[in-house]
Design a protein around this ligand. Structure first.
Ligand SMILES: NC(=O)c1ccc[n+]([C@@H]2O[C@H](COP(=O)([O-])OP(=O)(O)OC[C@H]3O[C@@H](n4cnc5c(N)ncnc54)[C@H](OP(=O)(O)O)[C@@H]3O)[C@@H](O)[C@H]2O)c1
Length: 232
């Protein structure tokens, strides 16, 4: 039984991770911006009494993160896994159309938010059993694989997230926590679209298998949902 925090748990991959973790008996803090509107999450919680707690969390809002830490700390002494899953895409504008406002918004949610979640939950995570911080990144954040124009917002934010992942992994303050970036594959969600290769079920199952198999030697690595190392 792992004690797990999932961000962006109300739909897409976060919802599927919640579902699969609940099925295998984990204790889950399923966070999202508007839990009062998360009907499917409510159903999962009802099916697994005492296992799934819905909590409000906007990863772009420091006060919201602090309030979420307090709610989790009131229920458990430690967290074993955090899935930093929440993200936005922002759009693929060319240079003439991109704005500072959208660039900063996407960076804030997809990268800065992950660092702040890590910072504020670290005391709980450090008390966990073989604690793991899983930053759901993307092949879109791989600088070496970017060989044609795709956009600025999402790509820059995931590249920043990848570097933040390495920083988090190597920061002496996170000693004992295994930190990785993980590409979930191209997944049929609102973000991935209907043509994507993988169902959320397949991707989440892969993510959980990779997470379960992590050892301290994996700290600071970038893996795919199949456990294959991906180039930065
Ligand atoms: N789908 C793919 O093909 C694919 C490929 C590579 C990487 N990824 C990554 O996989 C992860 C999950 O993506 P997905 O496909 O499941 O996306 P999705 O279906 O668009 O879901 C995104 C989730 O993030 C939440 N979110 C957005 N902004 C937030 C904020 N400020 N605070 C808290 N939650 C917020 C959304 O909540 P609301 O409902 O409140 O908006 C939603 O729960 C993301 O990190 C994404 O970048 C996905």
């Amino acid at each position: 039984m792992n004690r797990i925090l999932i961000t962006g748990a109300n739909r897409g991959l976060g919802l599927e991770l919640t579902q699969q973790c609940a099925q295998r008996g984990d204790r889950i803090f399923a966070s999202c911006r508007s839990p009062e509107k998360a009907a499917i999450l409510e159903e999962i919680a009802a099916k697994h009494p005492g296992q799934v707690t819905l909590l409000p969390l906007d990863v772009a809002d420091e006060q919201s993160i602090a309030a979420c830490v307090a709610r989790v700390a009131a229920e458990v002494k430690a967290l074993d896994i955090i899935f930093n899953n929440a993200a936005i895409h922002g759009g693929d504008e060319h240079l003439s159309e991109v704005t500072a406002e959208i660039l900063l918004k996407v960076l804030n949610v997809n990268a800065v938010g992950v660092v702040l979640v890590a910072q504020k939950f670290l005391p709980l995570l450090k008390k966990g059993h073989h604690p793991k911080l899983i930053n759901i990144s993307s092949e879109a954040g791989s600088i070496s694989r970017m060989d044609h124009f795709r956009g600025y917002n999402y790509y820059g934010s995931k590249a920043a997230l990848n570097m933040y992942t390495r920083s988090l992994a190597l920061d002496p303050e996170t000693a004992g926590v295994t930190v990785i970036a993980l590409h979930p594959g191209w997944v049929r969600t609102d973000m991935g679209g209907a043509d994507a290769h993988l169902s959320a079920t397949q991707s989440a199952a892969g993510i959980l298998k990779v997470t379960d198999g992590l050892a301290p030697v994996d700290n600071g690595k970038f893996y795919t949902w199949e456990g294959i190392e991906y180039p930065w």
